[in-house]
Ligand binder design. Structure first.
Ligand code: EPU
Length: 416
């Protein structure tokens, strides 16, 4: 099994270009099932979760042509509506196939995703929402079996603003008969982006990116061309790494509007920021950051996907801070690993109290999930001596070429 070796090597400096967003690309890929005409997608990130999602689509009959960051998906000849457990268990976003399959083919058979390292992550909102649109849904032998002649527009309010449940219902409603109003929707930028794609496929949608979305169903959607937007979490991860190593970097081909709250926290930590239309420059002036309190919450507040990275930053900062995880009940697996590197972190339920240390020490640690891996990388870049990170396949699920990009910024990093 591959490991990453990092030796703390001083400040990160230079320029880095971020890839397209994994969490925007996944619903886009699922949306290709809504039309019999091809989707042309560019800026596709080279990460493992995308490969798995494409494998799943091929299994259903989608023709997949991938050349570098370009992708053509043709779902004209779908011969199966079954997403099997073997693939779904490795990528929870497979649940995104449920809405499109049901809407276009009147049937879907998607495995329940099961447990996850960061929390129980139920899918009840997806199921209840589709039932509100008239689907007949049963759970049988670990599978969600859904049927509907044609979905019907309805009013539905989510109990919790779920990102993928909002995406699922949004996609399903585009082909339903009549008007659907969704309330208490998640407002993440990936949802607005999905709505833009669906609109260019011929869907009638208003309000995406706000808590109420209205969709007027149409009979058919057509093909479209779409560019995956930049990855806001990859952007934030590089910025946090530069801040932790007292560096100075410019992140290119990004969108500063997507991570305002993260940028505010970096400024509070003492970093100087300059923003352009598609770039962010961060400079620490060689100084150690100050610890900053973090409360994760749905967009536009501080993202749970940046919590682990800021835990590492706080562990190295001056002063102490609290980090409260409000989205997932078990997203603190990185804490025990950071403690192995000398971090002073006390856990009290959903709150971590972090007392910053001037230095951490390299150690042998284990990645437990995608963003936990990123926090260990950040800690290792700023630690004294060598850190060996095990189970780096978690990292490869969501970060494209991160070792090369960090090496170009001056990190001493290798994989074996
Ligand atoms: N929830 C329910 N019932 C549901 C769905 C969600 O109770 O049916 C709860 C969850 O347990 C959680 C909260 O709602 O407490 C929010 O979860 P959400 O459904 O929004 O998460 P998700 O859609 O499964 C996406 C991202 C995650 C990201 C979360 C939160 C994708 C493919 N995944 O997951 O990304 O953490 O939103 O922003 O978009 C990652 O990239 O590392 C990652 C985990």
């Amino acid at each position: 099994m591959e490991q990453i070796f990092i030796t703390g090597n001083g400040p990160l400096r230079g320029e880095v270009t971020v890839a397209g967003a994994k969490n925007a690309a996944l619903p886009i890929i699922a949306a290709s099932l809504l039309s019999a005409e091809p989707l042309h997608i560019s800026n596709l990130p080279d990460v493992r979760d995308i490969g798995t999602a494409l494998q799943l689509l091929e299994l259903l009959g989608t023709q997949v042509q991938r050349t570098g960051t370009e992708l053509v998906l043709d779902s004209n000849q779908i011969h199966s509506v079954r997403a099997p457990y073997e693939l779904v268990k490795t990528i929870r976003a497979s649940i995104l196939l449920l809405g499109p399959l049901l809407a276009r083919f009147g049937e879907a058979d998607v495995s329940l995703p099961g447990g996850c390292a960061i929390g129980s992550r139920p899918v009840n909102e997806h199921i209840v929402g589709l039932q509100a649109l008239g689907a007949d849904i049963r759970i049988e032998a670990g599978y969600i079996k859904a049927k509907a002649k044609r979905l019907r527009g309805a009013h539905f309010a989510f109990d919790v603003p779920s990102v993928t449940a909002t995406e699922n219902l949004l996609m399903a409603a585009t082909l339903a008969e009549g008007v659907t109003t969704l309330k208490n929707c998640a407002m993440e930028p990936e949802i607005s982006d999905l709505a833009r794609l669906l609109q260019s496929m011929g869907a009638h949608i208003a309000g995406a990116g706000t808590s109420t979305i209205t969709i007027e169903g149409v009979k058919h959607l057509h093909g479209a061309t779409h560019k995956v937007p930049p990855d806001r979490i990859e952007t934030g991860t590089f910025l946090a790494a530069a801040a932790a190593t007292r560096g100075s970097i410019t992140v290119l081909e990004t969108n500063p509007d997507y991570l305002q709250h993260v940028l505010d926290k970096l400024e509070q930590a003492g970093c100087r920021l300059k923003l352009g239309p598609d770039w962010i420059h961060l400079d620490t002036d060689g100084k150690r950051c100050k610890a900053v309190n973090i409360h994760t919450a749905p967009f536009p507040a501080f993202p749970t996907d940046m919590q682990a990275q800021f835990m590492a930053l706080n562990a190295l900062a001056e002063g102490s801070a609290t980090v409260v995880e409000n989205i997932f009940e078990n997203r603190f697996m990185h804490v025990a690993e950071l403690q192995r590197m000398g971090a002073d972190i006390e856990l009290q339920g959903r709150t971590a109290i972090v007392r910053g240390r001037e230095r951490l020490q390299g150690a042998q640690v284990m990645a437990t999930d995608l963003r936990a891996s990123a926090s260990l990388i950040i800690a290792a870049l700023a630690a004294e001596g060598e850190t060996v990170i095990d189970r780096v396949y978690h990292l490869d699920r969501g970060y494209a070429n991160i070792d090369r990009k960090l090496a170009e910024l001056g990190a001493s990093i290798r994989r074996a």
